[in-house]
Ligand binder design. Structure first.
Ligand code: NDP
Length: 288
């Protein structure tokens, strides 16, 4: 067969987009699997989203990730949407199949995979989620659909917190309650899994930690953080000191990238290669 100089295109649309690091792990995976694919960070302004989506079709792209501000705005341009993305109300990945655009949300699925990798079951568990933004929404819906017994949403602003709580109550069979985060919170005994899904601790604010009672982090609690950089957050360090098992946000980032890779290429992702590439990029090889 003659050599092809054409690359299959995937990437991410967003604004801002320059600092999005997903390209590192996807390119490492394409290279490891010898796939002639290219992942591009593409600046797309809100007012140009429709044209960008049409351009994607015209250029026969295999798919795209969506980030701020397009995750919800893209919904009218899709030909189909997964059940999970439809409940979450946001799409972070489009897969192009037979010229049709199919919307997925892999944020929460990446998180669930991180739990599975650590042999943690969700079925019947009581879970507390800090935050009610995009990441919290995706994680809460996936946990509810995976059979969590009850989810408590803890958020600083009442409106977003109550909205997510109502969404879980109305669209899934999981119980949900809202707790306003206006003072130091203590993690109740019945909670099995605590998830920080806020942006507290994200680089460069690596010294920030959620306002919670450190002594309520018990050894039998599983404490998860979504922050990918730096992944050993103050929360996870506090939890480790109390003997709790911890799950970091780097795993979620890699697993989400791996799911996207599989959706676009139809091949199993080289997860370890992807993880090493992003650790190297973040300068984490020494510190982990
Ligand atoms: P949003 O802006 O949609 O939501 C941010 C959330 O954090 C809100 O609930 C907000 O509360 C809360 N919050 C922010 N600062 C504080 C604070 N000082 N005290 C209390 N609450 C606070 O962001 P996303 O949900 O999209 O992203 C959240 C984090 O998740 C980011 O750091 C992002 O990097 C990470 N993420 C990680 C992924 C991974 O693969 N590891 C994937 C996706 C996201 P309020 O509503 O009151 O403003």
């Amino acid at each position: 067969m003659q050599k092809s100089y054409r690359e299959e295109l995937v990437g991410v649309f967003g604004d801002p987009i320059d600092e999005n690091p997903t390209v590192i792990l996807e390119q490492a995976a394409f290279q490891a699997c010898q796939l002639n694919y290219r992942y591009l960070n593409i600046l797309v302004k809100s007012e140009d989203l429709e044209q960008a989506i049409l351009g994607m079709k015209a250029m026969h792209m295999k798919g795209i990730n969506l980030t701020i501000p397009h995750k919800c705005a893209v919904l009218p341009y899709l030909d189909g949407i997964s059940k999970e993305a439809s409940i979450i109300g946001a799409v972070n990945t489009i897969v192009v199949k037979d010229g049709k655009l199919l919307g997925e949300n892999t944020d929460g699925k990446g998180f669930l995979t991180s739990l599975q990798e650590n042999d943690i079951t969700v079925l019947g568990q009581e879970i507390m989620i800090l935050g009610a933004g995009g990441a919290a929404r995706a994680i809460a819906v996936e946990l509810a659909l995976a059979g969590a017994k009850k989810i408590t949403i803890v958020n600083r602003s009442r409106q977003r917190g109550e909205e997510l709580t109502t969404l879980i109550q109305e669209k899934t069979s999981c119980q949900a309650e809202f707790l306003l985060w206006n003072k130091t919170i203590s993690i109740p005994e019945e909670i099995n899994i605590l998830v920080n899904a806020t942006s507290i601790g994200l680089f460069p604010n690596v010294e920030q930690k959620p306002d919670l009672d450190e002594s309520s982090l018990r050894p039998d609690l599983i404490v998860c953080d979504v922050i990918p950089n730096h992944p050993r957050t103050q929360l996870l360090k506090m939890a480790e000191q109390q003997g709790a098992k911890t799950i970091d946000g780097l795993g979620m980032l890699v697993n989400q990238g791996a799911i996207n890779f599989q959706l676009w290429t139809g091949k199993k992702a080289p997860v370890e290669v992807m993880k090493q590439a992003i650790q190297k990029e973040f300068g984490l090889e020494e510190s982990l």
